[in-house]
Ligand binder design. Structure first.
Ligand code: ATP
Ligand code: MG
Ligand code: MG
Ligand code: MG
Length: 480
């Protein structure tokens, strides 16, 4: 007999048929006449209720069916009186596949704090909250490929180990096969990377963009979806040392085309979740309502999860230039003290997430596409505008998050690009292959990067990025 998934049983299991189910015990209630076991197998947020007669099922088996234990059960499906479930299983045979000592099993049926669950990240997918998050994460991965496939974009795998540090931010993880205890040195005393595996210094990629541009200059429209590594101080609720990024790149496209694509993609992804993750989203929505129940009116969110998601799908994003945003921020009164922690006085300063969130949450009250940043706070490859001061850059800002997308039209003019690299001290020799795309058949092109985990933060309503990736990598945290 083959196992039936609990999702399938709850959706279409017919009363009177028999079934074999396998899963982990969430709770057990038992008296002299009957035992109720809530079983979950990860296929859905909902549990299947097993009903066992203690006079028919071996006592030792029922005793071992504690929270966390793994069971296989056969029996007959009968109509259920319980709310939210049509059927339950009257147990005929029970097998304990794996016990979970109640004295030691960390996930008891009570509410655990997110901090505690982070410490046992390897077990937390067994909770309702994390089951929901990781099923939604999966659906979003699928939706990303769906979106770009439908639009005729070609998926390109860019290298994970690379000699280039795309942003020149110096936040790279080094990759080496040299013996750290006995590093070969050059005559000048520097580390001799010619003896290294790749015969030069390499690191883990911080972005697939530069290679993505090469691909777009041949395939027209491409996207990458790969892991990205940044050894930055990721002790924030928005940064991981290892995260996943989606980076489309389009030939023959300007900044408006880029913004259009990003807006359409974000709305598609959110809409996909609403359509395909209804049970999990409803659970997270109810959880959010519950958590805010005892808070003061002013501290509660204006919209709860499902309404926030619908709002993003149904409303156009606000498009604003950096210069306009600075005016808004100068005239703003973010709180009673009437100032930001980090003041924006001068045109040219970079926005902090408090400014980004103010613009989205308090001022425009919708997602914002912020364009035309000062060139000195953006990367060398962004296309210079005619004013000589700004570049064709865009950041998309989301409520609760701040920057979710960063993108630009790329500088396709060789002379302008070389000039900018010189001004910013970006080594041209190392990027000769990148400059070649401007030498041979250059074309206007644009692209952006979406931080996948920031997207999942928004879609699940979580507030800490460590809670939307199965195995978070942050400073000091790489054990499991
Ligand atoms: P931030 O200003 O938040 O540090 P950034 O401007 O440094 O982001 P980009 O280089 O523009 O980031 O990367 C593109 C996108 O990748 C960002 O818009 C964001 O969604 C995401 N991102 C960047 N750094 C991280 C990180 N450390 N962890 C998770 N996502 C990140
Ligand atoms: Mg950053
Ligand atoms: Mg930024
Ligand atoms: Mg950015």
């Amino acid at each position: 007999e083959k196992r039936t998934k609990i999702l399938d049983i709850l959706q279409s299991g017919e009363v009177g048929t028999s079934a074999l189910v396998k899963g982990w015990v969430r709770t057990k209630r038992q008296n002299k006449n009957v035992a109720f076991i809530a079983l979950n197998d990860g296929s859905t947020i909902n549990n299947l209720q097993l009903v066992a007669d203690p006079n028919l099922i071996d006592e030792a088996l029922l005793k071992a069916s504690t929270t966390g234990a793994c069971l296989a059960a056969t029996g007959e499906l009968v109509a259920s009186q319980g709310s939210g479930q049509n059927v339950e299983l009257i147990v005929k045979t029970l097998e304990v596949l794996g016990e979970a000592d109640p004295e030691k099993y960390p996930l008891q049926p009570k509410k655990h704090s997110m901090e505690f669950l982070r410490e046992i990240a390897y077990l937390r997918p067994r909770t309702n909250t994390f089951g929901a998050i990781f099923r939604i994460r999966h659906a979003m991965i699928f939706a990303v490929h769906n979106f770009f496939n439908q639009k005729g974009f070609v998926n390109v795998h860019t290298p994970i180990i690379t000699a280039s540090d795309a942003e020149g931010a110096g936040e790279t993880f080094k990759v080496t096969t040299l013996d750290l205890n006995n590093v070969p040195k050059t005559e000048e005393g520097a580390v001799d990377h010619s003896q290294d595996f790749f015969e030069k210094e390499t690191n883990l990629t911080v972005s697939g963009q530069l290679e993505g541009e090469l691909a777009a200059m041949a395939l027209g429209q491409i996207y990458t979806f790969g892991p990205t590594f940044r050894a930055e101080n990721s002790n924030t609720t928005r940064h991981l040392a290892e995260f996943w990024m989606i980076e489309p790149e389009m030939a023959f496209a300007d900044l408006d085309d880029d913004a259009d694509l990003a807006e359409e993609m974000l709305q598609y992804l959110v809409g996909y979740a609403l359509e395909h993750c209804a049970d999990d989203l409803q659970f997270l929505h109810d959880r959010e309502v519950e958590e805010n129940k005892n808070k003061k009116e002013t501290e509660r969110p204006e919209l709860y999860l499902l309404d926030r998601l619908k709002f993003v799908v149904e409303n156009d994003f606000e498009r604003v230039t950096y210069t306009e945003a600075i005016q808004v921020l100068r005239n703003s009164k973010p709180n009673k003290k009437k100032k930001f922690k980090y003041l924006i006085d001068e045109w040219g300063a970079d926005l902090q997430s408090e400014h980004e969130r103010y613009l989205v949450e308090k001022h425009y009250k919708k997602p914002v596409i912020l364009t035309d940043y000062p060139k000195d706070i953006k990367a060398f490859y962004m296309r210079q505008n005619d004013d000589g001061k700004t570049v064709a850059a865009m950041d998309i800002l989301f409520p609760g998050i701040g920057e979710i997308v960063g993108g630009s039209q790329r500088e396709e003019r060789l002379d302008k690009l070389e000039q900018r690299m010189d001004e910013m001290g970006v080594p041209k020799e190392e990027l000769w292959w990148y400059l070649d795309t401007r030498r041979f058949g250059s074309a206007p092109h644009s692209g952006f990067g979406l931080g996948f985990e920031r997207m999942i933060l928004f879609v699940t309503g979580m507030t800490n990025i460590r809670d939307v990736i199965p195995f978070p990598r942050t400073p000091g945290n790489a054990e499991f």
